[in-house]
Design a protein around this ligand. Structure first.
Ligand code: 8YV
Length: 327
């Protein structure tokens, strides 16, 4: 029997391609070309499965053009690149990569928070530019992490990881807001207190965004929300571009409406709002929160395992719409 055909839409670890080649006829994209939608549809037309990343949009149009497609295995925990309703309607399984990236991403969220609050990149640029000629009492004076109030918007696995780092590691007072309140045991484990979004915005010294992107979370932080925050506050976004109104944030940073921001994700990335590039009090990183070598490998392997399980056993480790898996 011939092997099912799959497409690996972006470059990935060679050992993962090798592993998939035992089960599938693989077309891969080791040149790492970012295909247009039309190119993606052409490549996917004769494939039964796809190994996708956050930059590969799978919507109704793509599905209509690729009737043989049965599964899209995303190498990401977020799946806003999938139109999951359209996939379910067509009986196409979607899978993601939860858990394996939780701790690495929480580590990074904390690193970005610290770099932002303590002005690490801003001061490094100053040093590299040869501007450091003398000590001064308020040189790059930032805000403290330890003992401060840490606000978390979106309290899933990664949010909880950040909460634990803050409360257990840095003695922070942790507050959070989420669509649904956590159970008492999880709140106790995280040492986190549930508050309204308004209280979160008003009382957090540092606000970290870890909520999934959806129509409901689009511009969850815009001019009105930034206006409610403390002038001394820092804002960190490791969730998704589009959750923050980047133009409003750049203006708030320029006006010193808030003290600083750390951003790993951007509206329309890899493009970055030009105003964010010219304000000094922002730390910018290119969507790398999950990027440690072991974690990226674990993510790739989990996506691969989902493909293998699906075609060999009609199941998946981390399905998003398990209702399409019949019998
Ligand atoms: C990925 C991410 O690197 O998992 C996610 O949701 O945002 C990142 O870990 C990115 O989406 C590429 O697939």
């Amino acid at each position: 029997m011939s092997k099912p055909r799959i497409l690996i839409a972006r470059a990935v670890f060679p050992e993962v391609i090798e592993r998939l080649s035992h089960h599938f006829e693989v077309e891969s994209n080791q040149a790492d070309t970012v295909w247009s939608k039309v190119e993606l549809m052409e490549k996917l037309r004769d494939k039964a499965g796809a190994f996708t990343t956050g930059s590969d949009r799978i919507d109704g149009e793509v599905l209509a053009a690729c009737p043989q497609l049965k599964i899209c295995a995303n190498m990401a925990v977020g799946y806003n690149n999938f139109d999951l309703d359209a996939m379910t309607a067509r009986g196409v399984l979607g899978t993601n990569t939860p858990d394996v990236l939780t701790e690495t991403t929480a580590d990074f969220g904390f690193a970005l928070l610290m770099a932002t609050a303590r002005r690490i990149t801003e001061s490094e640029h100053y040093l590299r530019a040869g501007q450091w000629t003398k000590w001064s009492f308020d040189m790059f004076a930032g805000s403290d992490i330890h003992g401060a109030t840490l606000g978390i918007l979106g309290m899933g696995r990664i949010g909880q990881g950040i909460a634990k780092r803050g409360s257990h590691g840095f003695g922070m007072n942790v507050i959070y807001h989420n669509r649904s309140r956590l159970d008492a045991a999880t709140e106790a484990e995280c040492k986190a207190r549930y508050v309204s979004k308004e209280e979160l915005l008003k009382t957090a010294d540092h606000l970290v965004l870890v909520l999934p992107y959806s129509a409901a979370s689009h511009h969850a932080i815009g001019a009105a929300e930034l206006a409610q925050m403390k002038r001394t506050a820092t804002l960190v976004n490791i969730a998704r571009g589009g959750i923050v109104d980047d133009a409003a944030l750049a203006q708030a940073l320029r006006d010193k409406r808030i003290a600083a921001a750390g951003l790993d994700v951007f509206e329309g990335e890899p493009a970055v709002h030009p105003d964010l590039l010219t304000v000094p009090n922002v730390v910018l990183t290119p969507h790398i929160a999950s990027s440690s070598v072991p974690t990226r490998l674990a993510m790739a392997n989990l996506a691969a395992e989902n493909l293998i399980e699906f075609f060999t056993q009609n199941k998946a480790l981390t399905p998003l719409n398990p209702q399409v898996l019949k019998g």
